[in-house]
Design a protein around this ligand. Structure first.
Ligand code: FE2
Length: 412
């Protein structure tokens, strides 16, 4: 496949991109296609590596309103409602809903997904369903699964055994939820446990860490210390860390030294964080979001996830990462022109780093020919107009194609 006339990675210059045998073969001006090769006229539009959703929950997707709507909008009511809904889970139910959401994501240019899957279920039904789907859809999407103990590791019956069982069955990443454990001590113990588990089975780590508007929730320092001492930093991710939005600046200053030394990654979920955060405040009302701007300025890797797509924690969601970026730049005060132009990185290159897939991600000669063509010349305009992904290309083949809607205004 030859893609003509595109701005690669938001660069000003126009170039051509040739993909042969499923890999990027040449990137440069005035390339010619070998005989019979498919040619796409890029028309001066933006070519990026595929979007990555670095944090979503596919087991609960499309269950909003079942058995009831989350009318308070708190994290805790979401957990309670999901706890009821998951009594009715079957493999077919999970696979049908997750597949529908994944295919919708693919239509929006996503090719890499990290999904948490709730393992506080004695039968691990959702885990087995998503492991099967990971295999069945491997030509469409690279799906990473996180063993996520929604109701705790030490605070749920046989929590440790369920975590280890999920890892043995094949999940890629070890998760946690220390702020939800019964006590601070259980929270710390859960972090020590999950890091040892990941180390033992050579897995990545992604912890729901301090997702609460409580400045006393400080499991992040425990996770970062473990990552530093085990030399696992680049393989470890702290998701949410919304308590950091409530920490005092003196503590945060000290904390940042450790975060930088540890080299861990961060995932913010701007849509769901701003929706669930601040729910116990009257006024002033906190944003409930981690320090995206300051982490980024410190050279720490931050990516964005959609977190929830129509489930007990988020009644909305359409699998479109532009939604997460739009919300993220607004609530993080990243609205400078350069910051807006660069904000695609939160859902592309930064997110690939979080997923630890940079060895086969990016528009570079020799890497798999995966890319997306957005219907604008640069990311500032793409974000502003919330444009379509015209082509989602995987291994040099069109995986999804979108025809833009056309509006005609009848006015002088
Ligand atoms: Fe989450």
């Amino acid at each position: 496949m030859l893609i003509k006339n595109v701005h690669v990675n938001n660069q000003a210059a126009l170039t051509d991109v040739l993909i042969t045998d499923g890999k990027f073969a040449q990137i440069g001006p005035d390339l010619t296609a070998p005989a019979g090769e498919e040619v796409i006229d890029g028309q001066g539009k933006l070519l990026l590596p595929p979007f990555v959703d670095s944090h979503v929950h596919l087991d609960s997707t499309l269950t909003a309103g079942e058995p009831e709507w989350n009318e308070t909008g708190t994290l805790f009511d979401g957990i309670r409602i999901w706890s009821e809904r998951k009594q009715d889970l079957t493999k077919e139910d999970v696979k049908r809903r997750a597949k529908q959401t994944i295919l919708n994501m693919v239509g929006h240019g996503i090719q890499f997904v990290r999904s948490h899957v709730d393992v506080t279920d004695p039968h691990l039904i959702a885990t087995q369903a998503l492991l099967e789907l990971r295999e069945e859809l491997k030509d469409v999407v690279e799906l990473q699964l996180v063993a996520f103990p929604q109701e705790g590791i030490l605070s749920f019956p046989h929590g440790k055994e369920l975590m280890e069982q999920a890892v043995k069955e094949g999940v890629d990443v070890v998760g946690g939820i220390p702020h939800f454990e019964f006590s601070t001590e259980y929270g710390w113990q859960s972090v020590h446990f999950l890091m040892a588990l990941a180390d033992k089975y050579d897995r990545l780590v992604d912890v729901h860490c301090d997702e609460i508007d409580d400045p006393a929730s400080r499991n992040l320092e425990v996770l970062a210390t473990e990552a530093l001492e085990r030399e696992m930093g680049s393989r470890v991710t702290a998701s949410h860390t919304t308590a950091m939005g409530s920490y005092n600046d003196a503590y945060t200053y000290k904390l940042f030294r450790l975060l930088k030394m540890s080299g861990i990654n961060f995932v913010a979920n701007p849509l769901v964080n701003v929706h669930l955060g601040g729910r116990f405040d009257t006024y002033p009302k906190r944003r409930g979001v981690t320090r995206i701007k300051e982490l980024t300025a410190a050279g720490i890797n931050v990516s964005f996830g959609e977190d929830d797509v129509k489930d007990p924690w988020n009644p909305l969601g359409d699998g479109n990462m532009l939604d997460a970026v739009t919300m993220g730049v607004y609530i993080a005060h990243l609205m400078g022109y350069g910051q807006l132009q660069d904000s695609y990185k939160f859902v592309t290159t930064n997110a690939a780093r979080t997923l630890h897939v940079t060895d086969h991600y990016g528009i570079e000669v020799g890497k798999p020919g995966n890319c997306i063509l957005l219907n604008e010349k640069d990311f500032y305009n793409a974000l502003n107009r919330h444009v379509e992904v015209l082509y989602n290309i995987r291994g040099g083949k069109v995986l999804a194609k979108t025809t833009p809607a056309e509006t005609t205004v009848f006015a002088d």
